[in-house]
Design a protein around this ligand. Sequence first.
Ligand code: IVH
Length: 699
Amino acid sequence: MPVLDKDKDKDRDIKKRIDSLRERIRHHEYLYFILDQPEISDLDFDKLMKQLKDLEAEHPELITPDSPTQRVGGKPREGFVKVPHSSPMLSLDNTYNEEELRAWDRRVHELSGLSQVDYVCELKLDGMSLALIYEDAKLARGITRGDGTIGEDVTLNVRTVRSVPLSISPDRLKKAGISPDFEVRGELLMPLAAFKKMNEERESKGLSTFANPRNATAGTVRQLESRITAERRLDYFSYMLLKNGRTFCDRHSKTLDALAAAGFKVNPHRKLVDSIDEAWDFIQQWEAKRDSLPYEIDGIVIKVDHTALQEELGFTGKAPRWAIAYKYAARAGITKLEDIRVQVGRTGKLTPVAMLAPVFIGGTTVRNATLHNMDEIERLGVKIGDWVQVERGGDVIPKIAKVIDDKDHPRPPELREFVMPDKCPVCGTKVVRTEGEVDYRCVNANCPAKLMGTILHFASRGVMNIDGMGDALVTQLTEKGLVKNVADIYSLSKKDLLGLERFAEKSAQNIIDEIDNSRKLPLERVIYGLGIRMVGERTAQFLAEHFGSMDDLEKASVEELQNVNEVGPRIAESIAEFFSNPANRKLVERLREAGLTLTGQKKQRGTKLAGKTFVLTGTLAHFTRDEAKKLIEDAGGKVTGSVSKKTDYVVAGADAGSKLDKAKELGVAVIDEEEMERLLGRGLNRHRGNREWVELSQR
Ligand code: IVH
């Protein structure tokens, strides 16, 4: 069979040529996208790629998913599948000044009993965290952070990110010392140049632009068509390496080296230091240099280097004790206030919003900023036509810091005073400002703006988490009269959704599934979702813990309600008023019929500090503010923000300021942290010696 043999030889040859082309392309991709040190021209690179594509076109049977030609592929999807994380994707606690940072460092020393601790300093990249799962050395899944426990499978889009390796060669695995199944976590971001280009293109097409690179990244990775993701040039920096959800290198600095050895992009601007002084130097250096970077950072992350010490320090809530983010101050810009418009929220509150001449602040084009309320406008003394200083920082909605009137920005002669409209801009109903309240409200219970806001709130991630039920869908649902209140959501059918714009079989089913899942969420979410005035997430939690069921909450009198932690007369009134309305009781009844979770676990809080009100001030040495607050609340106490005659104790930490003066003036008891711990009936065992650490690190 000489002919067949010849064919086989030829096949083998072609396979060899394809393999060798792939190897060369991967090598040049690595030089270009990971190391940023290309050795050949773009033109030569494109030639190699074309040769491979041509060969693969002739021999489609030889195409493998990890071929460099296979980054973009597949049909547009209709949605994303939810997947659980191997271990929670945590966030970081923030600090904003040197004192807070040093307090954190002191705590690390005290909790560990060590006199010296190594830290790794890294840039805090302003994108979104993303987990990459590798199976058999090939990229199997890319998962967004989601709520930290469950994320979304965005694999097809992640594959288009050129700095994400599709496969890892055995050679690299060996160099990095890792087995073929592992997980990488890091930050996905959009470089500033790509961000600017994308926004310019969108603007020229009359499309809406993205506010900042972080939003653009999130929007891009959730594109249904990966072709679009591919065009947008995202980048990925890795900073965690896990096996079965756990870090396995004995030092974080080694993890970063292993990641680099495996062929992942690791941010080069990192430093291993042996003191907080050195970390502080790093922070200051990068604050001065941050504008020279081709992407945005919003601070520096300091991480304990030794894994064993990380494990010993553990976590509080959603953040590790072994790492801290130092956030840079908000960035500001000066621009012109062109107009003030009014937005109507779910409570009917009218919020004045500043319309600004577009201004580029820290990588973002800012076009509007909140002015909160009429008092704020008066406090600022701002008028339409003024020059204003706009500040933005991290997640915060941009705000107006002050009116500018200097020689470069003289106050224009023609200014217009803003007047709150006396009619709701959405429904035309009279606007009311209640005695003693700052806000103006539309009093029409059926105002479409309120309904829309209520539904959006109910469906949002922190409430009933109905993914996909955003602005576009809710607008259609309310306009078509399909949803007149939150209970109507549970009567929606697939057919209803198919009748709406941009819905197909699969996307309609996704929404129905999402709605279905929300039925399982706990009582406190439903309470929060009802949108009762003054009942936020925390109050809803306290109410659920206290009453244990919607039934009992519904029946509670104003007096009973005031027995709940942090519920005062005004909140109690608001809750009672809500349930006294027959329409609202009917609504709850329908939610019950729809199968929502309306019962929960009663939880008895401690009573040690019952009825006592605390104010925390200054920097505490052993707790963050949030930790101290939680301890006090768990013991039945209450923590408020300002000192008054009603305050029982002011807990003063280092550098306490005006609150301490106020306490002295009013004769309120001032205690230190240790006294607070005594009141709580706990003492900290924080004098462990070095021995334990030595043993831990040898494990
Ligand atoms: S470590 C448990 N390192 O910041 C440790 N996070 O505010 C979790 N981020 O969700 C993260 N740069 O998206 C880490 N060098 C860096 C980072 C970084 C940016 C993001 C990340 C995280 C968020 C927390």
